[in-house]
Design a protein around this ligand. Structure first.
Ligand SMILES: [Zn+2]
Length: 563
């Protein structure tokens, strides 16, 4: 490919809005272009890489025994109503109508469509296990598209669905997919780790996410180096120990706390640690007021809270909602509270003699005890695990790291097959729902992660298996006839050996050419200049190393093949 003819131009200046290296470099290299928020065009070089990533994914899915299909993006609304996800995923669904007023959604994922396909074709246990997958464009109306290709509204995803006759079969399919995912990420040059995750709106229970750990990631994960516990912060557990469980309950006492409205102020005012306080946090859950009671030194985990409440939507109360609910902000507690759902973190009932709000301004209560002074409708673990909290398995301190989620594997069970009637006849002639799993990889996001994991300050360093071209051939001073002739010859010779280089045949300065070669990131650079030509040589330099060496022109092909 001649660079003079390549569609897309490198830019000297990085885009001002870029927050991540992948966003900056892919735009600067002229590989992707934004059309609208979270919607991108791929230019030739990036599209080549993307297809190579797809090919790796395809090879690994096929090797795992899966079959490729292609499902539509336009879904009749009815199949989403059948699963109930027109509600649980309503925030991200794109809706549209045809001319007859029939309603459709643009597919953000395909459990409904694949389950429908299954029920049309599968009758017997003899048809199982079955794994079907596709690589296809999906649509999610993300409220905050960000970081270039990392959070998109239109994106390419590999989604695979497994159907088994029993739960042991699902375990096998799940393990097979975990191994296939490890292969995909290794071959793409992206270190990814599996962490426990939240099943969210997808239904089912066991699920892991594959995380690429990076400071620019939007997910937080907790890791234990001692025992290997790894979990997304949304679901991470930690060992909670009451600090004063052995104290006898003391009499309730009201104290004046003028001007005190926060937990740190309260702890300071009374000269106690924040762990001796019971904090009240106000939420609206599906339109109902909720007061959450949690120890003052901990934070609420909204994913756990949402699950404990079985709510579709929760958010912090606005000032207006607080007034309407009659909560006394700064001095609220569950003691004597009417008209709200009360949720207590499961550590609270074990604690003794906590300090909590008195439900009137500038007063708090000493020696508040759960069971004696108040009770909650829901007691559950709703605390957010943080850096340094003890590991739930071994007690060693957890470490918090940020990551980008590249893929997720789910044990769905019978969530969809029961709702949608995807059944089969087992060996005994009994009708049973299929046991399902689903497995996704974000292809665009994986491309971004490849760049995040493989770059330096000058540009991208493509892993060999993904590089758009294996070699970047640079002709310095191409206006000189002998340089042009030698470069053209080498270009043709490489092509004849099945090695298609990206050939910089432009009449540009050496500085521009070498900068572009670093930015574009092909694994090997071959440079022909008046200086190398004097020695009858070409300079060979791997993109990943500062070391360049001269190779005799006639040995260039051999050197490239062996490099
Ligand atoms: Zn541990």
């Amino acid at each position: 490919m001649r660079l003079s003819q390549l569609f897309g131009k490198t830019q000297r200046q990085p885009p001002a809005e870029a927050e991540t290296a992948s966003h900056r470099l892919l735009v600067q290299a002229g590989m992707v272009a934004q059309l609208a928020a979270g919607i991108y065009s791929y230019l030739p070089l990036a599209w080549k890489v993307l297809r190579k990533i797809e090919e790796i994914v395809r090879q690994e899915m096929d090797a795992a025994g899966a079959q490729e299909v292609h499902l539509p993006s336009l879904h009749p609304l009815e199949i989403w109503q059948a699963s109930g996800r027109h509600q649980t995923m309503k925030d991200v669904l794109f809706h549209l109508q045809d001319k007859r007023g029939r309603e459709f959604v643009l597919g953000p994922t395909h459990e409904e469509v694949i389950t429908d396909l299954f029920r049309r074709y599968v009758r017997s246990y003899r048809d199982l296990p079955l794994m079907l997958y596709q690589i296809q464009t999906k649509y999610r109306d993300e409220p905050r598209p960000r970081a270039g290709l990392i959070r998109l509204r239109e994106f390419i995803m590999k989604d695979l669905y497994s159907f088994d006759a029993d739960w042991e079969g699902l375990d096998r399919s799940y393990t097979t997919m975990v191994h296939a995912y490890e292969n995909v990420f290794r071959r793409c040059g992206v270190p990814a780790v599996a962490v426990l995750a939240d099943a969210g709106a997808m239904g089912g229970k066991d699920t892991h996410e594959f995380m690429f750990l990076t400071e620019v990631g939007e997910d937080s994960c907790l890791f234990c180096q001692a025992c290997g516990y790894a979990a997304n912060a949304e679901v991470a557990l930690f060992r909670k120990t009451p600090t004063h469980a052995d104290e006898p309950p003391l009499p309730l006492e009201e104290v004046a706390t003028p001007g005190v409205t926060t937990i740190p102020q309260l702890a300071q005012f009374l000269g106690i640690p924040t762990s001796r306080t019971c904090k009240a946090v106000f939420y609206m859950a599906d339109g109902r007021p909720v007061l959450v009671a949690i120890r003052g030194d901990m934070e609420v985990n909204e994913t756990k809270l949402k699950r404990a409440l079985r709510a579709l939507d929760i958010h912090y109360m606005s000032e207006e909602e607080v007034l309407r609910a009659g909560f006394v902000a700064g001095s609220a507690s569950a003691v004597g509270l009417q008209g709200a759902t009360i949720v207590a973190d499961d550590l609270i009932p074990q604690e003794r003699n906590l300090v909590a709000g008195a439900n009137r301004p500038d007063y708090h209560l000493l020696n508040v005890n759960y069971g004696r002074d108040w009770e909650a409708q829901i007691v559950a673990d709703i605390a957010l695990a943080a850096h340094g909290h003890p590991c739930p398995q071994c007690g060693e301190p957890l470490q918090l790291k940020r990551g980008i989620e590249l893929g997720q594997v789910f044990k769905l069970g019978t969530f969809y097959s029961e709702k949608m009637g995807a059944t089969f006849l087992d060996r005994q002639g009994q009708m049973r729902p299929a046991i399902m799993g689903c497995y996704g990889i974000g292809i665009d996001r994986l491309l971004a992660a490849v760049v995040e994991a493989n770059h330096d300050q000058d540009g991208i360093i493509w892993p060999r298996e993904l590089a758009p071209y294996p070699v970047h051939l640079v002709a310095i001073a191409i206006d000189k006839e002998e340089i042009r002739q030698t470069s053209e010859e080498l270009y043709c010779r490489l092509m004849a050996h099945g090695i298609e280089p990206l050939y910089d045949d432009r009449e540009e300065s050496p500085g521009v050419k070498l900068k572009d070669a670093d930015l574009l990131g092909m694994p090997l650079r071959l440079t022909i200049s008046p200086r190398t030509l004097q020695q009858g040589a070409v300079e060979l330099k791997p993109r990943s190393s500062p070391q360049a060496r001269h190779v005799p022109l006639e040995e260039a092909i051999k050197a490239v093949t062996e490099a």
